[in-house]
Design a protein around this ligand. Structure first.
Ligand SMILES: C[S@@+](CC[C@H](N)C(=O)[O-])C[C@H]1O[C@@H](n2cnc3c(N)ncnc32)[C@H](O)[C@@H]1O
Length: 244
């Protein structure tokens, strides 16, 4: 039996990310692209404003993320990529274990082209950490992928998940790092945006989420779609536009 046959290809499952990854074969996945909870298991974080503020408060998140990173390193092929959304606080926590376990890291900025909430500086961007294995694969599509990606955020009234990403953004992460037929895993898949983008790009996908409601939504959103022609490609910018 080949390695791919032992993977639950094109499935979206209800469960815990770490437990699920522990059951996957080593060196079996081409890319892990995910948008994890930033404060888990430090769920008290948002309400601790009156506490003495200390970076060590984030240590539960660091322990958790170190385990996720080790699991990702084990299941990814050496040619693989581990790409993770973060924010200002989780970025430094996620960065260190990823730096220690992967060959090279790149920061990518998602410009949401929309100003959100925030005191003094209102949020318009998110930070993405892109880590790669020592024999990393680069899909040479002939297109240009800048490390600032400008894609409109999904409007709140169109979201099935409170922090749902637009699938077009995921395309910019999946396309240059994987080939058709490759396997993309999202162990914190939420409403399934990464999986939808993988399906549109003819990659295999595997999704997991702890929340059963989101798993149901992802099933509808990803497995329920048969006509992929309805998804128009976002236009890839020209070199001149990138330089402006
Ligand atoms: C930031 S959201 C992902 C949103 C997704 N990118 C989308 O576009 O819908 C993170 C998800 O991680 C899930 N989650 C939290 N802890 C988890 C765990 N231990 N294992 C698997 N999923 C978990 C949450 O239920 C949540 O849906």
């Amino acid at each position: 039996m080949s390695r791919k046959q032992t993977l639950p290809l094109d499935q979206i499952l209800h469960g815990d990310a770490l437990e699920f990854m522990a059951g996957l074969p080593a060196n079996s996945v081409d890319a892990i692209i995910t948008d994890p909870p930033f404060f888990m298991p430090a769920t008290h974080y948002q309400s601790r404003v009156s506490w003495q503020r200390n970076f060590a408060d984030l240590s539960p998140l660091k322990v958790f993320w170190t385990e996720v990173t080790k699991a990702a390193k084990r299941v990814l092929k050496k040619t693989g990529h581990f790409i993770v959304f973060s924010n200002c606080d989780s970025y430094p926590v996620f960065y260190e274990p990823m730096y220690n376990h992967f060959h090279k890291l790149t920061s990518i900025v998602w410009n949401k082209k929309h100003v959100g909430l925030g005191a003094i500086w209102r949020h318009q961007h998110e930070l993405i950490i892109a880590a790669r294995g020592e024999e990393y694969k680069h899909n040479q599509t002939g297109r240009l992928y800048a490390d600032v990606i400008s894609i409109k955020a999904t409007r709140s009234e169109n979201r099935d998940h409170p922090v749902e990403k637009p699938w077009q953004l995921l395309r910019f992460l999946i396309e240059p790092t994987t080939l058709e037929g490759d396997v993309v895993l999202d162990p914190f898949c939420g409403s399934g945006t990464t999986l939808l983008a993988a399906k549109i790009l003819k990659r295999h996908f595997i999704g997991v989420d702890l929340n059963e409601e989101y798993v149901k939504i992802a099933h509808r959103k990803v497995l329920g779609i048969s006509n992929l022609d309805q998804f128009q490609e976002p236009r890839i910018p020209t070199l001149q536009e990138l330089m402006e």
